[in-house]
Design a protein. Structure first.
Length: 147
């Protein structure tokens, strides 16, 4: 059984495409700002716990990425502080924050992928959040400021 197009559409589409000022686009960007802010705070906690005590996470014997756990802690701490600041910028409506948010979520996605052996479930959750942040910030196009 196939879905039928909504009445009033001529090209066979299944409803109007979201516009840049639709509630879905603006709500997704706001939610991405909140997620980026929280992702940054959680990455700070993750980094601090990796720096403070090396026995918080399981020790790996031979891992292809030769960075010790303290090094990963510093990477996550720095990315987390910058991501939290960028999430605050997105929620404040700063123009720079959208592009910076996409870049930081991309870096966070890579860092969490590389951190998979230490905390696999947590890293997968954080990677899914990063993908949503990238998608929602890429789709959202705010109206230009009127003078």
């Amino acid at each position: 059984m196939t879905a039928q197009p909504q009445s009033g559409t001529s090209s066979g589409s299944y409803g109007p495409a979201p516009t840049r000022d639709s509630p879905w686009a603006t709500g997704g960007a706001t939610f991405a700002g909140v997620l980026l802010l929280l992702n940054g705070v959680l990455a700070v906690f993750q980094g601090v716990s990796a720096i403070a005590k090396d026995d918080v996470y399981a020790r790996l014997g031979d891992y292809v990425y030769k960075i010790n756990l303290t090094g990963w802690g510093w990477i996550l701490l720095v990315l987390g502080v910058i991501a939290a600041f960028t999430g605050w910028g997105i929620l404040s409506g700063a123009a720079w924050a959208r592009v910076a948010g996409i870049a930081l979520a991309s870096l966070s996605l890579i860092a969490q992928f590389l951190f998979l052996p230490y905390a696999p479930v947590w890293s997968v959750i954080m990677m899914a959040i990063d993908v949503f942040v990238i998608w929602s910030l890429a789709v959202y196009q705010p109206e230009p400021a009127r003078r």
